[in-house]
Design a protein around this ligand. Sequence first.
Ligand code: MN
Length: 728
Amino acid sequence: MKCYNLLIISNDIYDSGDILYLFEDLKNKLLSYLTTEQVDRIAQAFVTARNAHEGQTRSSGEPYITHPVAVATILADMHMDTETIMAALLHDVVEDTPINQEQLEQLFGPTITNLVNGVTKLDKLQFRDHKEAQAENFRKMIMAMTSDIRVILIKLADRTHNMRTIDALRPDKRRRIARETLEIFAPIANRLGIYSVKKELQDLGFKAMYPMRYRVLKEAVKKARNNRNEIINSILEDIKGRLSETDIKSRVLGREKQLYSIYLKMVHKECQFHEIMDVYGFRVIVENVDNCYRVLGHMHNLFKPRPGAFKDYIAIPKINGYQSLHTSLIGPHGVPIEIQIRTEYMDQMADQGVAAHWYYKEKGSESVNSTAQIHAQRWLKNLLELQQSAGNSFEFIESVKSDLFPEEIYVFTPEGKIFELPIGATPVDFAYAIHSDIGQRCIGARVDHHPFPLNRPLASGQSVEILTSPLAKPNAMWLNSVVTSKARSKIRQYLKSLRIEECQLLGKRLLKNAIGNIRIEDLPAEHIRHVLSEFGKKNLDELYTDIALGNIYTVIAANKLLNRENMDTPIGTVPHATITPSAINGTGGLSYVYANCCHPIPGDPIIAHINPGKGLVIHNQNCLNIKELSTKSAKFLNVSWDLSNACNCVFDAALRIEIKNHQGILGEISNAVSVAGANIEGISSEEREGQIYMINLIVTVRDRIHLADIIRKIKAIPNVIKVARKKA
Ligand code: MN
């Protein structure tokens, strides 16, 4: 048994000889943007990883530690933070060496351990299905189950280095990894806007997948480029010459075409090779947005623009945040020219996407907080479609992730097949998603090999096994927890198929169960009649039937009968176990959501609308939608705020803001919200007339006092005409 040096004394770090050649380059890179103390912490991670991987080698024969160092170097080039670099150095330690999770946590703390675990978890996911449809699911799932987007960045760097060294592997393994890279990882890099990584993964994947085509195409491109050098240089001189006559500071570059994108164009669009190569690409990088448009004007004046070919991705960014102006022109002797015009910042974003966030956080002389805020404002403008904003790094990560795939979870069958379900889905939903018969015969579930309640929501990444019995029947109680329409309608269908007497018996049993020791027959007849009329039922049998069919909640019927309007504690069986303390009193344990029309917050008068099969929807009592609904009291439940629990929650509030359009005003509003200690959850705008716009903003607040403060701060902004809470 080997003894591993786990406890590191800082003097020890620079002692070993091999550090000099393995760590030195990385260290110099890190020192260009991190402090000496931060680099020292990273050095400790390096020593731990090196000791742990001692004696292991890569397929190429090199010491194993060269791999984590290479991965960390890729991330250092993106200026990623200390924790990411440390986790990159340690990323294979838990999986491949005797060091376990607890030891790692002891040495480096929970954040780095979580990052390493995240990467390890992704490693275990095998690309099981070669169908394209599954590939898209798989990409989404990887994103959804990763709680910290830095895990994906480490994984992308890991894959990049593995692709760079793929020649050392067996051909069959090479092809599998190459395909996975092209179908899964390159699109993830693209979705996150990290163009430099996407490009490298694609070219390496292409080379490993189709070595012959790669070689032929590469030769052809090289030859074509040599023949065209003269034209490229003369156009470059024309562009530079024109810009030097202005006061615009700029860099002008000739753009190389990516091999894989040439290949795809030839395959999909059936373009001829020379048609693709005969388009000359250039990029002009300037200092600010105004100059982008000025350069555009000069270019359109220098060469004749092709009508309809101009794209303004500055005003309307691509979904991954990409910004630039694109235009196509007709150059000297009729050669087609494409020019991209953008700022340095946009160029950085185009190259590094999400990762640029850390780059800009580390850079700059202002404090991290204010750069992060400037960044937040830029994102708000850039990614309006994604409806996101960011206050600090953590929120940024969270908002990117939840914006990508907000409402879905991904779970596995024991065989590894992926199912996409809405958030909140239970094992019963999952059972019906596999097959209606499985749903109908379902009696229990095991999640990640442990017993799991049928009414508890599943989480992404879990593997779910459904236990069935040929004699089992759907349970009416499931209607309280399922969220998919398939499960709901199949359960109802079954309940309707029951004979009427069976329904009455089932309903009676459910109701008895809910009211406990009291016998219905003992309740005053007058009271029973009153309750029946509230529900619009002629007799108890009708009530039983509706309970069995899931049209009336058992708990609510029971509480009406027992005269318990305000249900502080759930009685009888609890249909929906709530784990977090509830901010609402009187729900009787039923699950509830806040209405999207009036967005009630603590302090507002509220009422619960009972939506059979869906649960309770908490509305503001003054909500117009409530007024429109029938005034039948059986459809409503009196509820109140539990202020002691509510103070630990945040709520969404909707604001309508009337503004006079003016550059930067969105930034100022986002700033005001963040100064007030709140986040923007959603934003949309509509044009009123002329320069007047209406902005709908969803902000997170603690209570009415907090909201009042936010409103006051927004009102103080010049050009804001009116701020009001949206009522419905
Ligand atoms: Mn690795």
